[in-house]
Design a protein around this ligand. Structure first.
Ligand code: PGA
Length: 253
């Protein structure tokens, strides 16, 4: 049984004060997360506050990105060692905004994934096709390339620790959600590819989240799908009420 993982990606939102206010309100709305893993990735500068207020609350705190070197002349980059110092649990890698706005390549993401695993940070690897790629019927080709490149040279034991997030680019921040059927097919394809690269034990254990306009109104239909092991939530994770509602739905499915 794969444990459901509900994660918020705050992107470039919420400074220190807003971070503290968010969690205080969230703790008033949900006290117990049952069998669900809850995670939030604030901006780097709000991470220490998030770690501090969540210390006794069983919420995982992560970063939205990192570099693959320990230190050096890499202006503006953040070392995984610094994230470890802050007691960060996980790191989002290859988010579509990193791929498309900041031109991150599959090769770069693969180096980051390897480094995160070496440092004991749980990677959330984002994959997903653009609208054009879907229309051109290239979805599976793109997903295969992204998965194959990221897992190149990763051992089966490490592969199990990776969380994959299927995030179709056309569904992110657009209000358009993939139907449960579309998400299910993509998740099935990704899990099948992991099985081909490794074996059925790794494929059965690895968690695959769905991301792209997840909201309280569609969370139930998505999270009820067997292939979907949780959600990576942008917009709806910014408000304690909507994030709490999705957590409650996750506890019930
Ligand atoms: P969204 O973002 O929920 O606002 O579509 C999802 C994501 O970017 O991870």
């Amino acid at each position: 049984m794969r444990k459901l993982f509900i994660a918020g990606n705050w992107k470039m939102n919420k400074g220190i004060k807003e971070t503290e206010d968010f969690f205080n309100e969230l703790f008033n709305l949900v006290a117990d997360y049952g069998k669900v893993d809850i995670a939030i990735a604030p901006p780097f500068t709000s991470i220490p506050k998030a770690v501090e207020v969540c210390r006794t609350k069983n919420i995982l705190i992560g970063a939205q990105n990192m570099y693959f070197e320990d230190s050096g002349a890499f202006t503006g980059e953040i070392s995984p060692k610094f994230l470890k110092e802050l007691n960060v649990d996980f790191v989002i890698l290859g988010h579509s905004e990193r791929r498309h706005i900041f031109n991150e390549s599959n090769e770069l993401i693969s180096k980051k994934l390897k480094k995160a695993l070496e440092e004991g940070l749980t990677p959330i690897l984002c994959v997903g096709e653009t609208l054009k790629e879907r229309e051109d019927e290239k979805t599976e080709k793109v997903l295969k390339e992204q998965v194959d490149s990221a897992f190149n040279d990763i051992s089966p034991d490490d592969a199990k620790k990776v969380i994959i997030a299927y995030e179709p680019v056309w569904a992110i921040g657009t209000g358009k959600t993939a139907t449960p059927e579309i998400a299910k097919d993509a998740h099935f394809f990704i899990r099948k590819r992991i099985k081909e690269l490794y074996n059925s034990i790794v494929a059965d254990e690895i968690r695959i989240l769905y991301g792209g306009s997840v909201k309280p109104g569609n969370a139930k239909s998505l999270l009820s799908v067997d292939e979907i092991d949780g959600a990576l939530i942008g917009g709806a994770s910014l408000k304690p009420q909507s994030f709490a509602e999705i957590i409650k739905i996750g506890m019930e499915v």
